[in-house]
Design a protein. Structure first.
Length: 115
């Protein structure tokens, strides 16, 4: 789990939440209730395939994510009730983080992949 801080576009509001780190998820999924509190703007809707093969359509937008003194504006999925809330690979890479394969903890990446 990672305790991250999400910020509204104008930085006037923030919410600290715990997200499961999921290297199998491209995007970060956050409760639509939390994202609405932050005035996160819906940019579009996308289709997602679940691990069991179901297709879901969810709204997506952007928020500023902060963790380990790093900040990055990333795409987030407006999670419905019952959806898992996860920190996905896109956010990890944007924040310059990686999962330590031994300890299974997040750490700052020594370097990011160039290609």
């Amino acid at each position: 789990m990672a305790k991250v801080t999400l910020h509204s576009p104008d930085m006037s509001k923030s919410e600290q939440i715990e997200l499961l780190v999921d290297t199998g998820s491209t995007y970060t999924w956050v409760s639509s209730i939390v994202l609405r509190k932050l005035n996160a703007e819906v940019k579009t809707a996308r289709k997602f395939k679940t691990i069991d093969g179901r297709l879901l359509e969810r709204k997506v937008g952007e928020v500023l994510i902060e963790y380990m003194n790093e900040k990055a504006t990333r795409m987030v999925v407006f999670a419905d009730k019952g959806d898992a809330q996860v920190l996905g690979v896109d956010a990890l890479e944007g924040l310059g983080l990686e999962v330590d394969p031994v300890t299974k903890q997040l750490r700052k990446a020594e370097a990011l992949l160039a290609l």
